[in-house]
Design a protein around this ligand. Structure first.
Ligand code: 3HC
Length: 311
């Protein structure tokens, strides 16, 4: 409606304050938040698959314990984000059904395989490093529950990024074979990680509105560039090269110039034709079905205890 509710909404956005669940909000604002927060939550849960597959094969108890803690954190991130999304009037059961029906997405990066143990370090260093670049600004997103979920997630994400970098640093101080494993992993993940930030701003249909509403505080290209500027010195300290012949420091701009990701590949991956899309969804579907008895038992228990209380 025109008048007070929309004026209040616009004023809150204009002063970069928070919109809370009980505030009036345009349907489109609610809709794009459900779309983005659900996709973010799905990413955390699907993201458990490539790393979870390495827990049983981690080379030491220390590495196993660290990886277990990280994968468990990702489940928690999914929980915080599904809970934030539920404040918009949609249940996590509905969101799971939409994911399994292919009507909602998760981050493209998880449609790539993690065949080498070095990938555990590369995912921590690069994937969680990119997630940090994208998530720190989201701590100031205009929707209250989403921004508050981000604050805790970012603290845990820093541990994820550091443990991955430390794992790779350890391998780089190892044998030539270990160093080759790290380089091969970085070569495979570098470009898909740059695609995590979304399409170029000129090809981003949601950015303009998301930035006007304070959902997005920085554009896709800006965060991608921030990630490259942060990561290149880390790669140099690690002793790995990055697979981009156009990557070079631009003194005039004060940033690194870098090449264009393969946006055809990106479009194929988010269309469902990536290397692991079918496998990831099949795994998620099986886990959901295998877990049905737990949900039924919890519901029966809740019904029985609530009847008990009511009697
Ligand atoms: N993977 C899958 N889909 C993507 C994508 C990606 N990396 N980047 C963009 N897209 C999709 C968008 O969803 C949109 O499609 P839709 O309209 O059907 O939803 C389309 O491509 C066009 O992109 P836009 O830039 O217009 O879309 P957005 O404004 O939503 O920007 C985004 C995309 C930057 C990813 C934004 O949605 C965002 O910031 N999301 C929250 C962050 C997030 O999801 N991070 C996941 C990282 S993985 C993770 O956190 C796990 C880690 O802990 C290991």
């Amino acid at each position: 409606p025109e008048g007070p509710p929309r004026a209040a909404f616009d004023a809150t956005i204009a002063r970069r304050d928070r919109i809370e669940p009980r505030d009036w909000m345009p349907d489109d604002y609610r809709g794009t938040l459900v779309r983005q927060i659900a996709q973010h939550a799905h990413s955390e849960i699907i993201g458990m698959q490539p790393e979870g597959a390495w827990i049983g094969r981690a080379p030491s108890l220390r590495r196993k314990a660290i990886l277990l803690a990280k994968v468990q954190d990702e489940a928690g991130h999914g929980l915080y984000l599904y809970s934030a999304c539920e404040t918009l009037g949609v249940s996590r059961a509905e969101l799971t059904d939409l994911l399994l029906a292919g009507r909602q997405k998760y981050s493209s990066i998880f449609n790539y395989p993690a065949p080498s143990y070095a990938d555990v370090g590369t995912i921590g260093w690069l994937v969680d490093g990119a997630a940090i670049c994208n998530q720190v600004p989201l701590c100031r997103t205009s929707y209250g529950p989403y921004g508050r979920a981000m604050i805790r997630i970012c603290k845990e994400e820093s541990f994820h990024q550091r443990q991955g970098y430390e794992l790779l640093m350890t391998m780089m101080r190892g044998t030539a074979a270990q160093r080759a494993m790290v380089q091969e992993s970085v070569d495979r993940f570098w470009w898909p990680v740059l695609m995590m930030f979304g399409p170029p701003d000129a090809k981003s249909p949601n950015s303009e509105r998301s930035m006007a509403w304070g959902i997005k505080r920085n554009s896709n290209d800006e965060l991608r560039r921030r990630f490259v500027d942060m990561t290149v010195p880390q790669a140099e300290a690690l002793g790995v090269t990055l697979p981009d012949p156009d990557l070079r420091w631009n003194e005039e701009r004060g940033h690194y110039d870098f090449g264009e990701p393969d946006w055809e590949e990106f479009a194929a991956v988010i269309r469902g034709d990536g290397p692991c899309n079918a496998q990831r969804l099949a795994h998620r579907r099986a886990a959901h079905e295998d877990g049905a008895w737990v949900r039924e038992a919890a519901t029966a228990f809740a019904d029985r205890t609530s009847v008990g209380e009511g009697a």
